[in-house]
Structure formats: C-alpha cells, structure tokens
Design a protein around this ligand. Structure first.
Ligand code: SAM
Length: 197
C-alpha cells in the first residue's frame, strides 16, 4: 500500500513538472504530459540483444520510457540519455544515479558522446521521443545523419510521433523501416516506428 502511494505521488510530481515545463516551452517539450506506460513499453521492447551495447535515449523527459527500458533489463550503466530541459535532467539523475544523464541538445549527440570520460563510440539503439514535428525537415535530416553515424551496423532507431497516419517521421526517409505500430492507449495516440540503416 505504501509503495503504491509512493508510486502515485511520484507520478503526480512528474506530471506536474511536465505540465509546468510545457507551459514554459510548449514547442520544446512537445507534449503536455508524459507518455503512457503502454507507449513506453512499445518503445522499450527494442533493446539491443547484446547486453553490453549502449542505448542512447533522446528526450527522456521525466523518465517514463527510461524506466520501461530498465524494467526490460537494460543496465543503468549502459544508458546515455540527452535531455535539454535542466529540471528534467536533474530529476532523471536523482532517479537513475548509475545512468549517464546529459543536459544538452540531442543535435550535438556526436560531440556529447565523444566527450564522455569514457567516450561512447557506437550504440545498439537510439530510443527517441524528440518532438521532430516541431523542427524543420532539414533539421530532422541532420539529426537522422547523426543517429546513422552512431548506430552499430544492426542498431535500431526507435521513434514515436503523434502523426499516426505517417509511418515515417521526419528525417527517416533514408532508413529501412523494420516495424511500426500505433499505440492507441496514449494521449494523443502515437505511432512507434523502428528503423535500421
Ligand atoms: C514529447 S516529450 C517526451 C518525454 C518522455 N520521453 C516521455 O515519453 O514522456 C519530448 C522531450 O524531448 C526533450 N527535447 C526536446 N528537444 C530536445 C533537444 N533538442 N535535445 C534534447 N532533448 C530535447 C523535451 O525537453 C522533452 O522532455
């Protein structure tokens, strides 16, 4: 009972922070509330098969998808997450002290990974919740090139979008589509697409 109450309080606090940050910067945050557990699970099922591979999460927010990745078995020391919102990044560091949480711009992912104390050269998956629809197509392409550069040969880029009628989100035109599904149990419903080089 105490655990359930604690979970509810945490979820309420996370949602409050999310709404506050959305009000301050709607375009940048890209959603009014954290993703649903169903959407987080749909993203997290694409962990690399090699448990030593790194996973790069872009736009982790308050950590709903991050938590789902750990529930699926990802080790905290294999996660690097880039979040531009400093309050959210601080919250993530408190929640996941053994993960590498970077406060920064996902568009600089190559530099940010290279500048780690132990540089991260390749990752087995990029799990992205970035609101790509809020960026011009050329910017999304620029990000996609950086994702391509950091993925292992059979690595996967997992991206969700609220534009559910489009299988390919912005920037993904040169990737192979591996799988796609609509998650209806989310506000608003979202499409998760998985790409390979
Ligand atoms: C739609 S929210 C998703 C949050 C969380 N992953 C979830 O599913 O609940 C998008 C997140 O991307 C972050 N973000 C937006 N632009 C970014 C950028 N250029 N670099 C890093 N993070 C960014 C926002 O601050 C926000 O936390």
């Amino acid at each position: 009972m105490a655990t359930l109450a604690k979970k509810l309080m945490t979820s309420l606090a996370d949602t409050t922070l999310f709404v506050q940050e959305w009000l301050a910067n709607p375009q940048g945050v890209g959603a009014v509330a954290p993703s649903s557990p169903k959407l987080a699970e749909a993203m997290a099922q694409w962990l690399p098969s090699d448990p030593d591979s790194f996973v790069l999460e872009l736009g982790p927010g308050t950590g709903v998808v991050t938590e789902a990745l750990f529930r699926r078995g990802l080790r905290q020391d294999r996660l690097v997450a880039i979040e531009q919102n400093s309050k959210m990044a601080r919250l993530l560091r408190e929640k996941f002290p053994h993960a590498q949480i970077i406060t920064g711009d996902a568009w600089k992912l190559d530099d940010l990974l290279a500048r780690r104390r132990v540089p991260v050269e390749k990752v087995g998956a990029v799990i992205s919740s970035l609101p790509l629809l809020n960026f011009p197509p050329a910017e999304a392409e620029r990000l996609a090139d950086k994702i391509r550069g950091v993925l292992e040969p059979d690595g996967k880029w997992v991206q969700f979008t609220y534009r559910i009628h489009r299988v390919r989100p912005r920037g993904a035109s040169s990737f192979r589509l591996r799988a796609t599904e609509i998650v209806w149990f989310n506000l608003p419903p979202a499409r998760v697409s998985v790409f390979q080089k």
